[in-house]
Write a protein that binds this ligand. Structure first.
Ligand code: ADP
Length: 220
């Protein structure tokens, strides 16, 4: 059993979930005039859903998470706000996943306050029903047990995070190469990636000073 329940998502799955979402939205007889992507996770699904529903207007709002002083948990807030008048429009917020639901709550609140849409609904690819504080109006998949969805648009970023965590935990291993990294990623996350990504991630961590390069190995 891997330590972190992880699903490696393919582009084909993304396309299929977006097709499914567009069908559910069409069947509901509700059609948005404009789509609002929650940046960054909602960008790719939002663009695809624009295409599949033939919606010509796409904007975004960026929500970020930073550590709160009070708790170890991260607090979400609006980094790049959306300021436009949506009073004659039906708007659809699109994000990749509703996990805690915090980004969606903050985005909805901000959009209602500053853009005053005629109607506002939410669509996500995944809805983690056990933990999310909000249920999206539309979702392609209900997820009953928490999983880390390794989406193709965060491939390198996630792999950098995975490698950093593994190296920090495996203190007795000082010298790393692509083979050990690959084995440890399977052990921790139960997934495998193209070695191209491992090399890019290790080089990135070296540039950042987290690793050193010595005789073809990466040293912590
Ligand atoms: P929300 O649940 O409102 O979308 P969160 O604040 O929980 O937002 O998460 C913010 C973003 O972090 C998500 O939009 C997604 O890009 C990423 N994320 C959160 N949880 C997961 C997960 N289980 N798998 C993959 N990505 C996730």
């Amino acid at each position: 059993m891997p330590k972190v329940n992880t699903k490696k998502v393919t582009w084909e799955e993304v396309e299929n979930w977006c097709k499914k979402l567009s069908e559910i939205i069409l069947e509901s007889k509700w059609m948005p005039d404009i789509i609002i992507a929650i940046s960054r996770g909602g960008y790719v699904p939002a663009r695809l859903i624009c295409d599949l529903l033939v919606v010509g207007e796409l904007v975004s709002i960026q929500i970020t998470h930073w550590p709160s002083a009070a708790q170890m948990a991260k607090e979400a807030g609006v980094k790049h706000p959306l300021q436009c008048d949506l009073s004659i429009k039906k708007a659809l917020i699109v994000d990749d996943i509703a996990d805690t639901g915090d980004s969606i709550i903050i985005a909805k609140d901000h959009i209602w306050t500053y853009c005053r849409p005629k109607e506002l609904k939410v669509a996500t690819l995944q809805w983690i029903s056990k933990v999310s504080k909000v249920k999206p109006d539309y979702y392609a998949e209900e997820v009953k047990e928490w999983i880390w969805y390794q989406y193709p648009w965060t491939r390198l970023e996630d792999i950098v995070g995975f490698i950093r965590k593994i190296i920090e935990e495996e203190k007795e291993i000082r010298s790393w190469d692509l083979d050990i990294i690959s084995k440890k990623i399977i052990e921790y996350y139960g997934v495998e990636f193209d070695k191209w990504y491992y090399e890019k991630a290790l080089n990135y961590l070296t540039e950042k000073g987290f690793l050193k390069r010595e005789e073809g190995k990466y040293i912590r």
